[in-house]
Design a protein around this ligand. Structure first.
Ligand code: HEC
Length: 99
């Protein structure tokens, strides 16, 4: 009972926060993207830093297609075989936001 009340409050708060990121996106990031983007491995733009600005200038559609097909040292899908385009869009927006 207490647990579900806490959950409900957390959900309500989340809905009111414009920058809220859903747990699923964070989970995918931690499973698939952080290995490289969490540390800037092999030239990967560092998550939550301003290194994403140049990338974002290419446009979201280009970034998604580069992620799907792979680019430079990044393998296709950024290794996330279960991700769909919407997931990738959420992940890119999540990583590209400075925190
Ligand atoms: C094996 C390491 C690795 C993993 C895992 C990885 N990336 Fe990358 N990523 C890179 C590298 C390296 C680059 C830079 C490629 C370049 O510009 O040459 C990159 C670049 C990108 C870019 C910019 C593409 C562009 O056109 O500039 C996006 C978007 C991206 N990654 C998304 C993701 C997402 C989403 C995930 C998780 C699903 C992910 N990456 C997982 C290594 C990785």
């Amino acid at each position: 009972m207490i647990r579900s009340t806490v959950l409900a409050v957390a959900l309500l708060c989340g809905a009111n926060t414009a920058s809220a990121v859903d747990d699923y996106t964070v989970e995918l990031y931690e499973i698939y993207c952080t290995a490289c983007h969490g540390v800037g491995l092999s030239g990967a733009p560092l998550a939550f830093s301003d290194e994403w600005q140049d990338r974002l200038d290419k446009g979201m559609d280009v970034l998604i297609s580069h992620t799907i097909n792979g680019i430079g040292n990044m393998p296709a899908m950024g290794t996330c075989g279960e991700c769909n385009e919407d997931d990738l869009r959420d992940l890119i927006q999540y990583m590209a936001k400075e925190q």
